[in-house]
Design a protein around this ligand. Structure first.
Ligand SMILES: Nc1ncnc2c1ncn2[C@@H]1O[C@H](COP(=O)(O)OP(=O)(O)OP(=O)(O)O)[C@@H](O)[C@H]1O
Length: 472
């Protein structure tokens, strides 16, 4: 029978954990402090050690450092109620086999113990623990705990990470956290957004170019791969990367080398790659817009960031964090009334954390009272024109780009025969008009009003586009 040593100062936790493990057929010994743990370890070595972090006589994770140096093969499972990214990373740092944020599921713990027994010793890392004060990511929801655990597992290696999630969910912040917490932190973190650079310049931006490589290339320029040397390259909105550039990127990932545009010399690519997308890349692969082999090369470690509406319990913490930051930057210090917090939690946050951040800044700047009342927030949440990019905008932009790509592929002559604008607008306009007519029972007058255009204009467009609907 295997022996599990459980160290927690909470008697209730010791009891339920011991019961569950005994039921699973293990022998259990418990300790309520680090001193007691030391006494027990002096006389016998357990097969698995489970320890809490905050104990009356010290920090459980720090003590595990000594324990692992004395018993390098002893698997350790850390339990913690301080559910931050830092705790997850520190647990990974000391070589813990598993880290379970409290509250945890007893079945999960039992499975972790079984896994630890099957696998034996943990992974040992030499990295120093990180600063607890500077938390890069805020939030303690179960959904974020999953994210933290994956981050903790990748910071010390160079595996390629693909972060997916809606716009404003914190994808870039995750990429930065991976960089800042890992061994490349002293070298640069370089970000490049595929959607923000003209398509024909992307390769030159990524790999650099030689003098005269193309019109306007007056001098040799280093690309982002070179600029990020030794550090991390963040490829944002990777789904927008043109196919030719994808082919080139794939080759770099396969060979670990690249050449500049117009150059012949090969340069070693010494970067960790973190890519991000707010689109469903598998759908892009299925549609032939994204190379499948590149997708697999990038998706080595996937991290799916939940939308803010899926982590309601983080809203209050994030809101307070942003108000605090606004105050640190010189805006008046403001607090949230309890019903204001409830209203924020109930909101669906289409712009995710970015929208919440912008709202808190506006509230800090605009509200007169020290405590922010619920009606002020409700008025602002109802107001349009929050400075965020919404998901429909992004989807529309993606659809239009895909459309242009398709026209270029299928009818290359149409790309510069002077009809492209009408063609693309027509493609967008047709489903729009059809949808509005359907919504308004084919009534053209009401559809025109809803669209905000003149009825005659609508009639003309219907005739021109040959939309075969009824009359208004
Ligand atoms: N968990 C978090 N804790 C604190 N701040 C956050 C968190 N998530 C996001 N933010 C903040 O929200 C804003 C948006 O985050 P970020 O730019 O990382 O999102 P993104 O997913 O990369 O967005 P996009 O897809 O539009 O580029 C940033 O100012 C970031 O600092």
């Amino acid at each position: 029978m295997s022996t599990i040593l459980v160290c927690d100062d909470d008697a209730a936790i010791r009891t339920v954990v011991a019961q569950a493990l005994r039921r699973a057929g293990h022998g259990v010994v418990t300790a309520d402090s680090l001193t007691r743990l030391d006494q027990l370890l002096a006389t016998s070595t357990p097969d698995v050690l489970i320890s809490d972090v905050v104990l009356p006589d010290g920090d459980g994770i720090e003590r595990m450092r000594e324990v692992t140096s004395r018993f390098p093969d002893l698997p350790i499972i850390i339990l913690s109620a301080r559910n931050t990214l830092t705790t997850a990373v520190r647990a990974a740092d000391v070589g813990a086999y598993e880290y379970l944020p409290k509250p945890f599921d007893l079945d999960v713990l039992t499975r972790a113990v079984a896994g630890a027994l099957a696998r034996g010793g943990g992974v040992t890392e030499a990295e120093a623990p990180t600063d607890d004060a500077a938390l890069p990511l805020i939030g303690r929801s179960p959904a974020m705990q999953d994210v933290y655990r994956v981050i903790a597992r990748v910071v010390s290696n160079d595996l390629t990470v693909l972060v997916s999630g809606e716009s404003g969910t914190g994808k870039e912040l995750v990429a930065r956290a991976i960089h800042d917490l890992g061994p490349r932190r002293a070298a640069p973190f370089v970000a490049i957004n595929m959607a923000a650079i003209p398509r024909d310049l992307i390769e030159a931006e990524l790999f650099g170019h030689e003098r005269g490589a193309f019109t306007g290339a007056a001098a040799r320029t280093a690309g982002r791969f070179e600029q990020a040397g030794g550090g991390t390259l963040f490829l944002d909105e990777i789904g927008d990367m043109p196919i030719e550039a994808q082919t080139r990127l794939l080759r770099v990932l396969q060979t670990g080398e690249f050449t500049t545009v117009g150059g012949t010399r090969t340069i070693r690519a010494d970067v960790r790659i973190v890519a991000a997308t707010n689109r469903d890349l598998t759908a892009q692969v299925a549609a032939g817009l994204f190379r499948e082999d590149l997708f697999y090369r990038l998706n080595v470690v996937p991290i799916a960031l939940p939308a803010l509406r899926e982590r309601q319990q983080d809203v209050a913490l994030l809101a307070q964090h942003f108000l605090g930051r606004a105050a640190d930057q010189g805006l008046p210090r403001r607090r949230l009334a309890a019903d204001t917090v409830a209203a924020l939690e109930a909101y669906h946050w289409p712009g995710n954390v970015r929208e919440l951040e912008n709202l808190m800044r506006r509230l800090a700047a605009l509200t007169r009272d020290e405590v922010i009342a619920v009606d002020v927030v409700e008025a602002m949440l109802g107001a349009p024109a929050a400075p965020t990019v919404s998901t429909p905008d992004i989807e529309m932009a993606a659809a239009v780009r895909a459309l242009v790509d398709r026209i270029a592929r299928e009818r290359p002559e149409a790309i510069d025969d002077g009809t492209l604008y009408d063609r693309v607008i027509g493609e967008v306009e047709r489903p729009l008009i059809e949808a509005m007519l359907a919504r308004h029972g084919q009534n053209q007058l009401r559809a025109a009003r809803a669209l905000g255009i003149n009825r005659n204009t609508l009639k003309k467009r219907i005739d021109l586009l040959g939309i075969g609907t009824g009359r208004g």
